[in-house]
Design a binder for this molecule. Structure first.
Ligand code: SAH
Length: 347
């Protein structure tokens, strides 16, 4: 079958034409998914064997100056109850994260003006001083080149900034006019040139997304060569302009995880919270489709339900960092070993 041939080609050459990506993505069904998944697991095994890396996710603020149409913590959502963690609270969180065995701290948040370069650099430096063997990942949106440079110099190792859509028209349908596609791409290029391990990514089946858009995103991922890539299903939040749209599918997301693994066998690919929130066992399915990273939530429990990007976002059970033992057990059951280390990109 033609699609199997395309999957073989991708597994071997790690590249397809845009048209081939359209065909591959358009022919998602049980058989193509199963074939891609098996190839992806094989490719991942060669580099990372059966290891799954864990990251402790700390959501430091849900205050945001942006108004992304899909996001529950967008500025205009007046029903969102806002919070911001202090430096001390963040450091206390890191203690907990560390004691549970995590060696990467991911600080994620809205674009909150309180976190100036001075404030953030202080936080990053304090974390690195206390835990020199740990990696610090930031996911705090768009900042200037100088700001990223200072954060890198303060010790930050990695930065996650999803491109959201590499098709300009589509990007502009997801964001208000004061957000700029060019600026998003500029940020990703700056982060790369500064030596961060960079993560891009997108929501699967976000409103107005077409097969062509997905093909463009895959081609971008192929060419940009990010060290990480975050994809998860779009899930609506009622208090946003996209509240009435449908969620993406867990299986289709997993198919794309397999394809991304075949594009870049070395990539660090999380089975995201959105995937775990949408379907029972979603995260395990993501791992079985080629993902090799999980990022359980370790924000203080009092703020967890406030960082509500979409309805039904999981922050208890297997998405909660305190339950690491259960998470490890469920991954062990499917043949994966959760490792306690920084889990760096393998070149
Ligand atoms: N302010 C940071 C963090 C954003 S939240 C930044 O700009 O990078 C992290 C990711 O959650 C976003 O990049 C987006 O892709 C995803 N997200 C937001 N709303 C979502 C929704 N309704 N469904 C699924 N994912 C969503």
């Amino acid at each position: 079958m033609l699609i199997f041939k395309l999957i073989d080609k991708l597994a071997k050459e790690h590249s397809l034409t845009l048209d081939e990506y359209v065909q591959l993505v358009g022919n998602f069904d049980d058989d193509t998914y199963d074939y891609a998944r098996r190839k992806a697991v094989e490719a991942r095994k060669k580099i990372y064997s059966n290891k799954v890396f864990i990251r402790g996710l700390i959501e430091i603020s849900n205050i945001c100056k942006n108004d992304c149409y899909y996001c529950g913590i967008r500025k205009s959502n007046t029903l969102c109850s806002r919070y911001r963690l202090t430096k001390d609270e963040i450091l206390t969180c890191c203690e907990e994260v560390y004691s549970l065995g995590f060696r990467t701290f991911v600080l994620q948040g809205g674009e909150d003006g309180y976190f100036t370069d001075d404030v953030l650099c202080e936080i990053v430096k304090s974390i690195k001083a206390k835990y020199p063997e740990c990696a610090v990942t930031l996911s705090l949106g768009e900042r200037s080149y100088d700001s990223y440079k200072r954060l890198k110099e303060a010790g930050a190792d990695r930065y996650l900034l999803r491109h959201e859509s590499i098709t300009r028209e589509h990007y502009e349908m997801l964001h208000p006019e004061n957000m700029s596609y060019d600026e998003r791409v500029r940020c990703l290029n700056d982060l790369k040139s500064l030596g961060f391990q960079v993560g891009c990514g997108f929501m699967v089946s976000s409103p107005f997304m077409t097969l062509k858009h997905i093909a463009n995103d895959l081609k971008f991922i192929e060419e940009f060569k990010p060290q990480m890539c975050g994809i998860g299903p779009f899930i609506p939040h009622v208090d946003t302009p996209f509240g009435e749209f449908e969620s993406g599918s867990a299986d289709f997301t997993c198919y794309l995880l397999s394809i991304i693994r075949l594009i870049h066998p070395n990539i660090l690919l999380p089975a995201t919270t959105a995937l775990g929130s949408l379907a029972v066992g979603g995260r395990e399915k993501g791992i079985m489709s080629g993902a090799n990273v999980i990022m359980p939530n370790l924000s203080p429990s009092s703020v967890r339900e406030k960082y509500m990007l979409y309805n039904g976002k999981a922050f208890t059970g297997s998405e909660a960092g305190e339950n690491l033992a259960n998470i490890m057990a469920s991954l062990a059951e499917i043949g994966y070993e959760t490792v306690v280390d920084r889990g760096d990109y393998v070149k």
